[in-house]
Design a protein around this ligand. Structure first.
Ligand SMILES: C[S@@+](CC[C@H](N)C(=O)[O-])C[C@H]1O[C@@H](n2cnc3c(N)ncnc32)[C@H](O)[C@@H]1O
Length: 383
């Protein structure tokens, strides 16, 4: 595909996303109907779409319309590409710009320039205070890729060497050497033998730092295990017995295979079947995902207050549900990938009021750009 044909494809995909389709589904739909596209084309189109979604409002303002064409025209204007050379109508390039399109567009203002939806701003500002603008601006850029070295298989130096042999270069984090930032070759990870053999896992820096800060335990329960990212990290940290549970069995479908690959011993509990108490209970609850909008930028534009209120109730219910599973003197760790206070500190303050037999050990927030994703953890202790 020519560069302009890739822009045409991105316009079509963005129009589907703007029509309500999740970005991954829109990309898959395009991919299936574009067998001619090679892997380089697919990667380039994906990048155009995701960059466009991270900067949707500002680029639509620059391009003069909230549409695939408007966003790609805005991209041309922002990056200094002459739109007349892109919108040529030749081959598979986008159709030439009309006089109205050429005349439209202006510099983004206010929340347009921050690329945030209006609905989130009051809460964003209350939650982030003086960091509100710079965190919003960080969300406009692509996030780095981080790997977790699986200490059950290798040490960081061995993992770095194995990855290097497959053309993937990494740099260890200064405080947590098992966290590796990929500096080159990120697209080769999924097919690499280092990944297939369980030497490394894909996991963002913030959850890695959060898991590393958890108190030591002999028996841990990951109550909202999903695909098992945290359960695998707990098992790799040397906790002898890890039980993974989720309200949805389907969310844990791949966990047994991932655990085998990683050499991790994880017991999978069917929904609602957890028995007994644990000295560490982790609840990585469903949340707005507002800390991860660099990776899932379409979710940013789906944010709504009614959806947030439903999530707040789910988070509260999960916290109350796990109380019987926290052993006396045991720890309850609460995590979200959100930067919004109602899902974080407020949720913990309300829990401590409802459950005076718990006290807080510590809270920690991670914010981009210095951390990778926005993330929150609170560790509570049963008296
Ligand atoms: C943020 S995701 C977990 C991600 C996972 N811990 C990881 O690291 O890959 C939240 C999970 O909570 C689960 N969940 C939602 N309601 C729940 C409930 N009442 N009890 C247990 N799990 C629940 C969802 O199915 C979802 O998999």
């Amino acid at each position: 595909m020519t560069p302009n044909a890739r822009i045409s494809a991105a316009i079509d995909i963005l129009d589907h996303v703007l029509g309500g389709m999740p970005a991954e589904a829109a990309l898959l739909r395009w991919s299936r109907s574009s067998r001619f596209a090679g892997s380089g084309d697919r990667n380039a189109v994906r990048d155009l779409v995701f960059d466009g979604l991270r900067r949707l409002r500002s680029r639509a303002a620059l391009g003069g319309s909230m549409s695939g064409r408007g966003v790609m025209l805005g991209m041309c204007r922002e990056t200094g590409l002459d739109p007349v050379n892109v919108f040529t109508g030749e081959g598979h390039a986008p159709l030439p710009l009309t006089a109205a399109e050429l005349a439209a567009g202006q510099a983004p203002k206010g929340l347009e320039a921050l690329d945030l939806p209006d609905e989130v701003w009051p809460l964003w500002q209350q939650s982030l205070g003086h960091r509100a603008e710079d965190v919003a601006l960080a969300m406009r850029d692509r996030a780095p890729v981080w790997l977790r070295v699986n200490a059950l298989r290798v040490d960081p130096q061995q993992a770095i060497a194995a990855l290097q042999a497959e053309g993937i270069t990494c740099q260890p984090h200064s405080e947590l050497p098992t966290a590796l930032m990929v500096t080159d070759g990120a697209r080769k990870i999924a097919a690499s033998s280092a990944y297939r053999d369980g030497l490394i896992e894909l996991q963002d820096l913030s959850p890695q730092l959060a898991c590393a800060a958890l108190p030591a335990a002999k028996r841990a329960l990951d109550y909202c295990a999903g695909g098992g990212g945290k359960a695998l990290a707990l098992a790799a940290s040397g906790i002898g017995s890890v039980v993974a549970h989720d309200a949805s069995a389907a969310r844990m479908t791949d966990l047994a295979q991932r655990a085998r690959r990683a050499g991790a011993r994880i017991q999978i509990a069917a929904p609602g079947s957890v028995k007994g108490s644990f000295d560490l209970v982790l609840v990585d609850v469903p949340c707005s995902g507002s800390g991860t909008w660099r990776r899932t930028p379409d979710a940013k534009w789906r944010f709504s207050m009614p959806a947030l209120h439903n999530l707040l109730q789910t988070q509260k219910d999960i916290l109350d549900e796990v109380v019987p599973h926290v052993a006396p003197k045991g720890h309850l760790a609460y995590m979200t990938c959100s930067v919004l206070t109602p899902e974080n500190g407020d949720q913990i303050a309300a829990f401590l009021t409802r459950h005076p037999d718990f006290e807080q050990d510590f809270q920690r927030s991670f914010l981009p750009p210095e951390a990778s994703d926005g993330f929150f953890m609170a560790v509570l202790r049963r008296r």
